[in-house]
Design a protein around this ligand. Structure first.
Ligand SMILES: Nc1ncnc2c1ncn2[C@@H]1O[C@H](COP(=O)(O)OP(=O)(O)OP(=O)(O)O)[C@@H](O)[C@H]1O
Ligand SMILES: [Mg+2]
Length: 420
């Protein structure tokens, strides 16, 4: 097998995040060593996307065109290819392991090529579409966690290949929608892969961390260990459900509920909340005879917390399923627009019993309006685009999977520990 030819150095990278509440675009110029100079960003309200799925092609296509055009105007340049984030449900992640006999000699580049080739052939997407297949950790004669095996003597060389796959139809619809907006799709990247790049430190990804992206319609729970994404689960609940609950509880419009959630809302109750009054526009608007409604902040926080309690128990169950437990399963990072809610980190720390922080994209030069947690995926897409990681996706023949035994997260942690 030939090693996939590294992509030529890009002069520009463009990222597009099509979310349930907003479509955002970013154009940047690689500035060496994985750094990026941001040239332009754009954003439009998203109207045709439900829980991450394209539900209306035309509306989504228009929002994509407008967000990209805005970024292009600011950047003073046009783009024709984008890296697109995929955050709808149906994502699965796994680690496939393959082994090659070396027979005591030094490992040559050709050995690594054959190993990766074997790895490619061992992955069975089982009807799903492969978004990522990245070689992660190498193992030499049982020694885990080797990053560069080239030139070392070994009897056996093995590799863990990290795979992320998705249900094909929603990915195809997203691809089609972006192409209809006259843009080429360079890659469709799983949202947690992108968000993890933007707001987790390398050390967190090595030692074990859970990333919870609270979007408008989707909450993506992912676990990183040994430097890579080790598992993920999508929950079909998001911060827009809080808005809907507020609208239903107080009989007000969604946009009014959204406004009071963002302005007065909190995940934490304080004694003053019983005295803080909030004025609400009634559903019929300010008409004669219909009085403006007044509620206490405590009432608002109660509604918010009811939804959060439900969400937190789903998140906890997802973390448990993903094997995020024990001494390394202590750090949780919250991101996505929902992480802007006041007090959310304190709240989550209490209910999850783990250290929680809010993760924002670590990307210098992002304009203020686009530097909050809602833009982690967007920023991470650009970082992913600039990193040119080795990806084995092309040309899969797929007979069978030889899956890694046991819990992937625990195994990666063990590998990392052996190395250091
Ligand atoms: N200050 C704030 N307080 C509370 N919630 C907020 C605040 N700012 C934004 N949000 C919520 O964040 C959500 C939007 O998050 P985000 O932009 O990450 O979603 P998205 O990417 O459009 O959707 P998804 O990824 O779920 O498809 C909205 O529901 C919004 O109400
Ligand atoms: Mg999103």
């Amino acid at each position: 097998m030939r090693r996939p030819t590294p992509a030529p150095a890009r002069s520009l990278v463009a990222a597009l995040d099509v979310g349930s509440s907003k479509v955002s675009a970013l154009i940047a110029e690689p500035a060496g060593e994985g750094r990026l100079k941001i040239l332009g960003t754009g954003q439009r309200e998203s109207k045709g996307v439900r829980r991450g799925f394209i539900a209306d092609m035309e509306k989504s296509e228009l929002a994509i065109r407008e967000a990209v055009e805005q970024a292009e105007r600011i950047a003073g340049t046009n783009i024709d290819q984008v890296f697109v984030g995929f955050s709808a449900g149906g994502l699965v992640s796994d680690v496939a392991s393959v082994e090659l006999a070396i027979g005591g000699r030094r490992i040559a580049d050709a050995d690594i090529d054959s190993l990766l080739d074997a790895g490619k052939n061992s992955i069975d997407p089982a009807g799903r579409m492969l978004l990522h297949a990245m070689p992660a950790l190498y193992t030499i004669d049982g020694m885990n966690g080797v990053r560069k095996p080239n030139g070392l003597h070994a009897d056996k060389l093995a590799v863990d290949i990290h795979v992320v796959a998705a249900d094909p139809s929603p990915v195809k619809n997203l691809d089609l929608c972006v192409r209809s907006a006259h843009l080429g799709v360079e890659a469709i990247v799983a949202s947690p892969v992108a968000a993890g790049k933007a707001c987790l430190s390398e050390e967190e990804r090595e030692l074990g961390v859970a990333l919870v992206e609270l979007g408008a319609g989707v909450t993506n729970v992912s676990v990183f260990a040994g430097g890579m994404l080790a598992g993920l689960k999508s929950l079909a609940t998001g911060a827009s459900d809080i808005t809907d609950d507020i609208a239903a509880a107080f009989g007000t419009r969604r946009n009014e509920a959204e406004r009071i959630k963002c302005f007065y809302g909190s995940a934490m109750m304080s004694p003053r909340d019983n005295h803080d009054m909030i004025e609400l526009a009634p559903i019929a608007g300010h008409q004669e005879g219909i009085e403006t409604q007044r509620i206490t902040r405590a009432q608002l926080v109660t509604v918010i917390r009811q939804r959060l309690e439900h969400l937190a128990s789903e998140i906890e169950a997802a973390l448990k399923d993903l094997g995020f437990a024990g001494p390394f399963g202590r750090q949780v990072v919250l991101t996505g627009g929902g992480a802007e809610l006041k007090g959310i980190a304190d709240y989550a720390q209490g209910v999850l019993g783990r250290a929680v922080r809010v993760g924002r994209p670590a990307m210098p030069g992002l304009p203020d309006a686009h530097s909050g947690p809602a833009f982690s995926t967007l920023a991470g897409l650009a970082q992913f685009a600039a990193s040119d990681e080795l990806d084995l996706r092309t040309g899969f023949a797929a007979p069978q999977v030889e899956k890694a035994g046991g819990n992937v997260v625990q195994r990666l942690i063990a590998a990392f520990r052996t190395q250091y």
